[in-house]
Structure formats: structure tokens, C-alpha cells
Design a protein around this ligand. Structure first.
Ligand code: ZN
Length: 364
């Protein structure tokens, strides 16, 4: 897989994935479907005719089906099942590294800012390829929803994690509340463009990421909370209520994976899983901030329970990367979702810094 990807050299990632699934001679069949636009307003017709998205890769018992939208037409290519690896082992929950760590969150479809920040801090090079060596990049949830370039970020991360592994580094894509919302069919925050995709592919958006899709399987292998050295990373945070359940990080991750086999209604009724999705669950919690925030001694107990010195979270939006509780809580949701600016957290054994969009580094 990696060799196939690398062989495309300088093609941009979206072009690359399209190339992988559309241009290669492995395709056993291809067809293009026109869209029925009767009953659709003129302006919407034009928007659909200009619209591009994909590829979305569906795994059927017989073959792989890659569906893309090109100028409002659905282009389908069919490939043998062994064309690409379609199974992904569950990610681990704990890691050790002596290398640099970077963390960023809440990209929400603002792919260009995401790329700019990674480039500004040499996580990727001018060709959008991994240049962070044996470093670890943690994406602390919420790639999905709000903005228009979600799929670009997903394919980019998909490829980047392979480049990172080859260099001895690691990309950790942690699932946030918006990943779980989409996977469980809560589409309240979906960007309007993806409504075109639903219409054109004739499928609800969540079906593009179900168990029988390449990205759906890949997403289901991801963790929601990890520890690297003595730092925890989780989208919302670990509340007192969650800590009192005395679950290991691996147990929390496994329960989340288990929950994705159920419907939202089933999760609500399941006492073993429902708390994961509560307002004090790890993907929704905001209790480290605001007027009624968690007491320092309670935070200390939570960190001690997980043998951690600090926790890095997203989900609660700020204008910059911030340090709270004397550096024991680091907030990385820098409001990239506003499509204006953003920051990345840079960590190593000596220092903790904010990485600015300009490339400047300021210690925290
Ligand atoms: Zn969130």
C-alpha cells in the first residue's frame, strides 16, 4: 500500500487517492451515473453540477467499489478485494517516546489551516509529506462536521500515518464527539456540501463510514484516550465521575469500540456504555474550564490514578493553545473551526510551547 502511494510522488493527496482508486489499471470495471435533478432549484442544480467529492471506498463480498463525485456525476470504479488492506488492528492505548510530540484538535473541515499549521512547524514538508521523523503527532478529535473539507483531512491522515510509521514516528487520530456523532448517524453539524454527497450517492452520510467501508473500518480501529509517556490525550477530558469507574485506558477505548456496534437508542439504554456519551464522559467533558471547574485536588487524583502528570484536551474552544492548572491541563482547541487561525501544541522533555500559524514558537 505504502509503495503504491509513494509511487505517486508529488501528486496532492486528494489527487493521489483518486489516482489510487481511479486511474490504476487494476480496476475491473468503471461507470459514470448521471444525476436526476428534477424538482431541484436552479441554484442548487448549479451547485451540484460543480460539486466534487470522494473517493468513498465500499467493501462488498466480491470487490471494492470506489465512488467519487466529479462535476456532479458519480464515477464508480470496481477493484479486486486484495487491492488494498481493508482490516485495521485496534490501536494501542499507551506509548513511550523520547521524541517530540505535537498535538492539535478540532479541525472541523478546515483542512487548509490544518496543513498550514503542520507545515509551519515542520510536521510535514512542502509536499505535505511527513517530516517529523520519529516524533508523535496527536490529533485530539473532531475532524468531522462544521466545515467543508472533512474527507480531505481523513485521507490526508490516512496516508500520513503510514509515512510516519515508515519514519519511526506515529500519528494518533483520537476520536472526538463529532466522530462518534457521525458514526452513529447524528448529522446535525454536517456541512451542507455533504448533503449533495448523500443525494448523489443515494446513501445517508453515516453509511459512507460504516463497517463495510474502508474509512469506516479505519476509524473504528482508533482510540479515544491514550497516554504517551506521562501525558494523557483525550478530546473532552477525564471527569471525576469517569475516574471513579476505575477503568483502564484500554477498557475505555474498548467500550467505545463496542458501542459503535449499537444504535444511539441502544447505547442510551446500556448502563455499561451510556456514560461514555454523557456530558461528563471523555468526549464531551468541559469540566476543566469555566466557573464551576474541577478542584485542583480532584484533578491531581485523576492524574495520579492514570499515573500521568498532565492531560491534553480539545473540545472547549479558545483562541490559542492554553495551559491551565499550572500546566497539568493543556487545551489545544484553538478555534480552527472559525477558518481564521489556529495553533498547535509542541511538547518535548524540556519544554511545552504554542506553535503559531506564522511558524513562531512561544513557550507556555
Ligand atoms: Zn468536540
Amino acid at each position: 500500500m505504502l509503495l503504491i502511494l509513494q509511487s505517486f510522488g508529488r501528486i496532492g493527496l486528494r489527487g493521489l487517492m483518486c489516482a489510487l482508486f481511479q486511474v490504476l489499471s487494476f480496476a475491473v470495471s468503471a461507470n459514470t451515473t448521471d444525476v436526476n435533478l428534477t424538482g431541484v432549484s436552479k441554484s442548487e442544480q448549479q451547485a451540484v453540477l460543480d460539486y466534487n467529492d470522494g473517493p468513498y471506498i465500499f467493501i462488498t463480498p466480491q470487490h471494492l467499489q470506489a465512488k467519487s463525485i466529479r462535476q456532479g456525476k458519480v464515477v464508480t470504479h470496481v477493484y479486486p478485494l486484495n487491492h488494498i488492506n481493508t482490516s485495521f488492528a485496534a490501536e494501542a492505548s499507551e506509548f513511550k517516546t523520547a521524541e517530540n510530540i505535537a498535538a492539535i484538535s478540532d479541525i472541523h473541515g478546515q483542512h487548509k489551516l490544518f496543513i498550514q499549521l503542520l507545515k509551519a512547524h515542520h510536521i510535514i514538508d512542502h509536499d505535505d509529506k511527513w517530516s517529523f521523523g520519529a516524533g508523535h503527532l496527536v490529533i485530539v478529535g473532531d475532524i468531522f462536521d462544521r466545515g467543508p473539507q472533512v474527507l480531505d483531512s481523513l485521507w490526508f491522515i490516512f496516508e500520513l500515518e503510514q509515512q510516519a510509521s515508515a519514519a519511526g514516528g506515529k500519528v494518533h487520530f483520537l476520536l472526538g464527539n463529532h466522530e462518534y456523532m457521525v458514526l452513529l448517524g447524528d448529522l446535525r453539524y454536517l456541512h451542507a456540501n455533504y448533503r449533495h454527497t448523500e443525494k448523489l450517492l443515494n446513501q445517508p452520510y453515516q453509511a459512507l463510514f460504516n463497517q463495510e467501508t474502508l474509512l469506516g473500518r479505519w476509524l473504528r480501529s482508533k482510540s479515544s484516550v491514550i497516554k504517551i509517556n506521562d501525558t494523557l490525550f483525550v478530546h473532552g477530558g477525564i471527569s471525576k465521575a469517569l475516574a471513579e469507574r476505575k477503568l483502564s485506558l484500554a477498557e475505555i477505548n474498548n467500550k467505545f469500540r463496542q458501542s459503535l456496534n449499537l444504535s444511539r437508542a441502544e447505547i442510551k439504554l446500556n448502563k455499561q456504555l451510556a456514560y461514555l456519551y454523557a456530558s461528563d464522559g471523555p468526549i464531551w467533558y468541559r469540566g476543566y474550564f469555566g466557573d464551576n471547574k474541577l478542584q485542583s485536588n480532584e484533578l491531581n487524583k485523576i492524574l495520579a490514578q492514570y499515573q500521568a502528570k498532565r492531560v491534553v484536551v480539545g473540545h472547549t474552544s479558545s483562541n490559542q493553545v492554553e495551559s491551565h492548572y499550572s500546566g497539568k491541563v493543556l487545551l489545544v482547541d484553538s478555534s480552527i473551526k472559525k477558518a481564521e487561525s489556529g495553533e498547535i501544541l509542541l511538547l518535548n522533555a524540556e519544554q511545552t510551547s504554542r506553535g503559531l500559524l506564522s511558524g513562531k514558537v512561544k513557550s507556555l
